[in-house]
Design a protein around this ligand. Structure first.
Ligand code: URA
Length: 208
């Protein structure tokens, strides 16, 4: 199973606050970015570093810097934007690729209405961000789009994941590791995660 439910106490605490029904837009927004930063910390733990020599205050000093592959963050519009700044707070020079998907009510599949990907995707680690992994439809469409464009090292950061969505993503893309603050119980008949957070996009943008 390529699912990593992060047990950090700060994440557990912050997610608990996000589940309150009376949470304000401001607090929901802030907590989404904070958890995104904490998930980023976990998802980048294995990034390679290399040593080089710099001029320090008392002469030459060997320091480390990130080596090799660079990162592109990939928010899935619109709710993914609610996690973007959290990721960028730790990786400020990451490139951002945007994917906009809308559910086609006839085919029930995700149609792409926006696709703005950075170059040289085959040389970058892609971090897809979307608060809710529900049925997995948008995540799978995004992974496939990135792979077609050359990406082969893909990770996903989601605040809450449903077992149904995890299973679908894993079945089709077992190479993609998913980092989440919580694996919840199930999806309801309307496709909402239970207990979940409700409509994350509405809560982030204040449109509920
Ligand atoms: N999208 C949301 O915003 N919430 C869910 O529970 C499922 C999908």
């Amino acid at each position: 199973m390529k699912i990593r439910e992060i047990q950090h106490p700060l994440i557990r605490h912050k997610l608990g606050l996000m589940r309150r029904n009376d949470i304000s837009t401001k607090n929901f927004r802030e907590l989404a970015q904070e958890i995104a930063a904490l998930l980023t910390y976990e998802a980048t733990k294995d990034m390679p570093v290399e040593t080089h020599t710099i001029q320090g205050w008392c002469g030459n000093v060997d320091v480390e810097k990130l080596a090799g592959k660079k990162i592109t963050v990939v928010p899935i519009l619109r709710a993914g934007l609610g996690m973007l700044d959290g990721v960028l707070s730790l990786i400020p020079s990451a490139r951002v690729s945007m994917i906009g998907l809308v559910r086609n009510e006839e085919t029930l599949e995700a149609d792409t209405y926006m696709e703005k990907l950075v170059g040289e995707l085959n040389q970058r680690r892609a971090l897809i961000v979307d608060p809710m992994l529900a049925t997995g439809g948008s995540m799978i469409a995004t992974i496939e789009l990135l792979k077609r464009a050359g990406a082969h090292e893909i990770r996903a950061l989601v605040l809450v994941a449903a077992p149904e969505g995890i299973k679908r993503v894993n079945a089709l893309h077992p190479d993609v590791e998913i980092f989440t603050a919580s694996v919840d119980e199930r999806l309801n008949e309307q496709g909402y995660i239970i207990p979940g957070l409700g409509d994350a996009g509405d809560k982030i943008f204040g449109t509920r």
